[in-house]
Write a protein that binds this ligand. Structure first.
Ligand code: HEC
Length: 130
């Protein structure tokens, strides 16, 4: 193979890679890609987020799992940023009857939601309310 055709193959490869990355970016911009319905993973910073209350990593993890699995049975997963910190305990309370959550499960979900809201504030989040 001569150097020129090698070069041509290389640039074809590069442009193919560009196409792929454009597709990836586009896919992430599509609604429903999970940005707004994102359920952020638990990290140790979240544990310290609410002082004076008993919250630990295990509880937050349980809350996250329960939220992601039980709160999607009847409707799409609620967007964490759409409701205020004051509204969430009330909402989960109401929904806990529907989702037949035990009191501890309800508390874990509330703890997770509030910890995320305090700790994880994406600047680009639409529908963002304090
Ligand atoms: C058994 C079905 C069911 C389950 C499970 C369920 N929901 Fe709901 N949810 C509903 C229905 C029906 C509505 C709409 C009617 C209403 O607001 O009462 C609703 C509405 C909502 C709303 C909108 C309320 C508003 O005022 O705009 C939120 C937020 C919500 N649910 C959160 C949750 C969360 C969090 C969980 C998990 C703890 C959950 N839901 C589990 C049935 C369910």
């Amino acid at each position: 193979m001569n150097p020129i055709s090698k070069c041509a193959r290389f640039s074809a490869l590069v442009s193919e890679m560009k196409k792929v990355s454009v597709l990836v970016v586009l896919a992430c911009l599509l609604p429903g890609c999970g940005l707004t319905n994102y359920v952020p993973p638990v990290n140790s910073h979240m544990v310290t987020a609410r002082k004076g209350e008993h919250v630990d990593l295990a509880m937050l993890r349980e809350g996250r799992t329960l939220f992601a699995h039980r709160c999607i049975e009847c409707h799409t997963l609620p967007v964490l940023w759409r409701y205020s910190t004051e509204d969430w305990p009330e909402i989960v309370n109401t929904m806990s009857h529907r989702a037949s959550l035990k009191p501890a499960e309800r508390e874990a979900i509330v703890a997770y939601i509030l910890a995320v809201r305090q700790r994880w504030r994406p600047a680009n989040m639409l529908n963002h309310r304090e």
